[in-house]
Design a protein around this ligand. Structure first.
Ligand SMILES: Cc1cc2nc3c(=O)[nH]c(=O)nc-3n(C[C@H](O)[C@H](O)[C@H](O)COP(=O)(O)O)c2cc1C
Length: 337
């Protein structure tokens, strides 16, 4: 099969990333560490280390260990709310990380300047057109637009709508990577044809052989179908819930019950609003680690996107990437000239 059409559509994204394919494996806290990241990059994709809540020393060690496993480019994903963001950026600069992805809200100006001063390319998440424009003005070199089909923290708008709104307006200005709900190469091809420079997938890579996710976590993914990956439910306007898409389990049901309990306390005046909000905000603290690392799939957080239904077995990262690329090329070959 000819890969010429696919190569042409991926050329801009692949050049930006420095990888064979314009396929990013989105950072997943506790999952995207040295083993998965290096496997993805070695297979021609672009791996991204998830810093999550890591301390700077730990991130430094993770970057060094990843470099020992691959000489291909990879990125580092930092959460803007991290209290030591500036130090984490300095760690990336020390290691000459080529691409820094900022997640979790609008990046502070100092962070953007520091990343760019170190010579790294800056990638940001754009959850809406207005924010995409603002991020470009602030200095983002590329954007990730991630729809609500995705696993983990999500915005309210679906990938297909974000792609239609943002790609025609912005794709000429800078490379845009589409994320959320991509499970097969046919979708990769479609977003490239709509103007995306590349794609980002998370859920499909969780069950890579090289992923260190606990066997229970992987088994839950292999068993689940799209409808099991649900967005967290908010019960009462006084108790805001950050939307997260995860597989439904005893933990998600207990979270809804906990919200109802706190609403009862609020109505009865037996708890302060701030305290109730704190309890809801901290409810899931450590829960992703419990699921990914300890294998507690009942009470931990099983963050997963709707593409989880297309995860059917454990297989090497290279096989997943080859599968996506082959499907994308096949889809393009079927198009009429
Ligand atoms: C288990 C899990 C953990 C994630 N952790 C992060 C994270 O730490 N930072 C981040 O920017 N995105 C995170 N994401 C989102 C992914 O990077 C990626 O954008 C998303 O999975 C793409 O959508 P998909 O799951 O439909 O492929 C996470 C996703 C999953 C499934």
């Amino acid at each position: 099969m000819s890969f010429a059409k696919l190569d042409a559509l991926m050329a801009r994204g692949a050049e930006f990333l420095g990888s064979r394919y314009a396929i990013m494996a989105g950072a997943m806290t506790w999952v995207s560490e040295r083993n998965l990241v290096s496997a993805i990059s070695n297979a021609g994709g672009f791996g991204v280390i998830a810093c999550g809540a890591m301390e700077p020393e730990r991130l430094s060690a993770e970057i060094a260990a990843t470099k020992a496993l691959t000489d291909r480019p990879f990125g580092v994903n930092l959460i803007t709310m991290h209290p030591k963001l500036a130090e984490l950026i300095a760690v990336c600069a020390e290691h000459r990380v080529g691409h820094v992805v900022l997640a979790g809200g609008l990046p502070p100006g100092g962070a953007i300047d520091a990343i760019k001063a170190a010579g790294a390319k800056l990638m940001c998440f754009a959850p809406a057109l207005a924010l995409a424009k603002k991020l470009v003005r602030s200095g983002a070199d590329a954007l990730v637009i991630e729809g609500s089909e995705a696993g983990g923290h999500i915005g309210p708008v679906s990938t297909s709508v974000l792609a239609q709104e943002i790609l025609p307006e912005m794709a000429a200005q800078l490379p845009i990577f589409v994320a959320g709900g991509i499970g097969r190469g046919s979708a990769v091809a479609a977003y490239l044809e709509m103007g995306a420079a590349g794609v980002q997938l998370g859920t499909r890579f969780v069950c890579a052989t090289e992923s260190v996710a606990h066997p229970n976590f992987k088994r839950a993914f292999i068993r689940a179908s799209a409808r099991d990956a649900v967005a967290s439910v908010q019960v009462d306007a006084r108790l805001p819930v950050i939307p997260v898409r995860a597989l439904r389990n005893a933990g998600t049901d207990a979270f809804t019950a906990k919200q109802r309990e706190m609403v009862g306390h609020l109505d009865a005046g037996s708890v302060e609003l701030a305290e109730a909000q704190r309890q809801i905000e901290h409810y899931w603290a450590g829960a992703l680690r419990r699921a990914v690392v300890d294998g507690d799939v009942e009470h931990g957080s099983l963050m997963a996107g709707q593409s989880v239904g297309m995860v059917t077995r454990e297989e090497p990262a290279a096989a997943i990437i080859e599968g996506l690329v082959g499907e994308a090329a096949a889809a393009l070959a079927e198009r009429r000239e």
